[in-house]
Structure formats: structure tokens, C-alpha cells
Design a protein around this ligand. Sequence first.
Ligand SMILES: NC(=O)c1ccc[n+]([C@@H]2O[C@H](COP(=O)([O-])OP(=O)(O)OC[C@H]3O[C@@H](n4cnc5c(N)ncnc54)[C@H](OP(=O)(O)O)[C@@H]3O)[C@@H](O)[C@H]2O)c1
Length: 366
Amino acid sequence: MKKLAVLGATGSVGSQTLDIVRRFKDKFDVEVVAASKVSPKLLKVIDEFKPKYVYLKNPEPIEGVEVLSGEEGIKFISSLDIDHFVNAVSGIDGILFTYHILETGKKLATANKESVVCLGGLLKDKFKKVIPLDSEHSAIFQLLQKEKDVDKIYLTSSGGPFLYTDRDEFSSVTPEKALKHPKWSMGQKISIDSATLMNKGLEVIEAHYLFGFPYERIDVVIHPQSIIHGLIQLKDSTILAHLSPTDMRYPILYALFYPERVESNLKKLDLLSIGKLEFLPPDTEKFPLLKVAIEAGKKGGAYPIVLTVADEIAVRKFLLGEISFLDIEDLIISSLEKFNFPEPKSINDVLSIIKEVENYLGGKVC
Ligand SMILES: NC(=O)c1ccc[n+]([C@@H]2O[C@H](COP(=O)([O-])OP(=O)(O)OC[C@H]3O[C@@H](n4cnc5c(N)ncnc54)[C@H](OP(=O)(O)O)[C@@H]3O)[C@@H](O)[C@H]2O)c1
């Protein structure tokens, strides 16, 4: 039995991870789960999977389990004899989990892209050991297992809910409309990031750190069907693509069994029902945050951190109705223009940068 820690166990990726565990009950033992708070969903998870430890951002006693909290709790979890950590926490709250797990050298599968983007410059080579859970990065990771002479990586994007909406209409976009993703059912933060294409910008930076590719060799292509998740171009100019249904359980299954591939009873991809696969260029006039994010990634240093914090605060403000959809862009761009921090040399430097951007924008991310 492999011992698992599922961090963010009540969320979209966390629930799908537990669904895979449920399908392979004799292979995995969930020792730790983490969530932000006690909720009916969390209590159900505890009842079903019987973890020894529960980490809570907002701690409360729970009968029958040891409750941990704070950075000490994260350090304790990271020191446990766990075979596989799954970081499915949303947003910058995932940072300290990724940091302490990687510091111990343990196996980490992460969907939490914010921690990769914010810690990539600091932890560099440690990310080479990480197994990606993001569908695009899992696709590239799988393709890179067999091919070494790769010229270019392509990440695909569905284009989000506003692919076919004029930018003129963006001023009237409500949270409700922006949360309606055409292809994926996801948590709120990533859904809004998908509507602005910031998600794809963060993913380009994530790919840069995970695979060590320079930005010039990472490209984005809009693929509305979301069936191809990643492509690699080889030195002979041929391209290999990775296809799977639009369902996070495929990359999760791969990560949990890596390097083995196992039979699953998940639905098989039916090519004939898909019919056509389209590819379009990203429109960075309409979705400027894609370009802004890649530029921040290229500048490096603290810029990816400022970008990520500003985005998370802006998304929260938008969801609360405090700012408009287009204001998200303004908050992010003004934050990137305002700050020019020196390159962070420690986790404390990263946390101080986060605090300063929080103070500037009047919001909190962790
Ligand atoms: N959803 C997808 O399909 C998808 C695909 C690719 C990548 N990702 C990435 O995966 C991550 C998770 O996304 P999601 O959509 O699954 O988010 P989500 O549905 O909002 O779930 C977030 C999870 O994190 C927990 N959480 C939040 N703050 C925490 C903290 N400080 N400590 C412990 N747990 C905490 C939440 O607990 P509560 O329920 O108690 O609040 C919940 O379990 C994000 O970085 C996202 O970009 C998601």
C-alpha cells in the first residue's frame, strides 16, 4: 500500500484524486488530508478514508483524528513517511506545502501551479523531481519520457468561456458568466484565470520551471475541443501529441502510479465522437494577461511572484463584486509596474514579497 497525503482534499482536483484512490482501494492508504476548514464534505472524506492526520488552515478539533495547523503543521506533515504527496490546494496557500515537501526530498505531485510559479526561481532543480498534475504539464511530462531531442513544447488552451466573445462585451462580464467554463469543471480561482487566459500564462511559467525549457521554446495554441493537452515538436520537425478525455482523473491516475501505467476503468477516448480538432492562435490583444504573464516569467526574479499574488487578489475582488472583469488586468499590470524587488534568496524573501503586494492591493492570499 502506498501512503498518500491529499492536500486540498475537498476541492475539484482533491475530490478527483480521492476518486482514483477509491478505484484502487488495495493500492493506497490516505494518511493525511488537508483543507481550509471543517465542512460536511471534509467530514465525509474523513469518514470514508480514515486519515490519521488532518491539516486545517482554520483549525477546529475533529473526533478521532489529529488536527494540525500552521507552518509547524505543514513541516510535520512533510516529515511523515508518505510515499506520495498530492498538492491540490488552491492558490498561493499551496506554497508552504510545496516548499517543505520539496525541502525533504519527498515525492510530490502538484496541481498547484501558483507554488511552482512563485518558488520556481528559488528551488530550481528541485522541481525536476515533481510530477505534474495539470493536464497540459502531465501531457508534456508523459511525452518527454520517451523523447529527449525536443525543440518546442506546445501547451493547449480551450480559449475559456469568452473565446468567441468580443472584448467590447468584457465590461459587462459577471462572475457567474466567467465561472462557466466550456470544457472543465474546476475551482473558482482557476476558472476565472481561464476566462482571462492568465491561467495559460501561469502554465507557461510553470512549464519553464518544471521542464527547464526557455520561454522561446514554449508556445500556446488555442484548441477549443480540449482533447489534445500538450504537444512536443522534435528536431526532425515532427510533432507528438497527447490526447485524453477532458477529465483530470487521467493525469491524476498517471501521477499516482508513475512510472507504471495501469489499466483503468475510466472512459476510453472515442475519436469518432470528437470529429474535429481545431487549432487557433491566441489573441493577446483580446486577452492581454497571457502576454503580461509570459513577460513577467521572462523577466524572472520576483516578477512571477508579484504576478501571481496580484492575480489572486484581483480574482478574489472580482468574485466579491468589488472590481470589474477588466479591472483584473489593471490591478495586475499596475502591480508589475510598481514593484521591482531583488531576486528572492529564501522562502522568507518570497513571503515578504507576498506581504508587500498584499498591502499594496489591500487583499490577502495566505
Ligand atoms: N480544478 C482543476 O481541474 C484543475 C486543473 C489543473 C490545475 N488545477 C490547479 O489545482 C489547484 C487546486 O484547484 P481546484 O480547482 O481543485 O481548487 P478548489 O476546488 O477551489 O479546491 C481547493 C482545495 O484547497 C483547500 N485549501 C484552500 N486553502 C487551503 C489551505 N490553506 N490549507 C489546506 N487546504 C486548503 C480547499 O479546502 P476547503 O474546501 O476547506 O476550502 C479545497 O480542498 C489550483 O492551483 C489549480 O490551479 C486545477
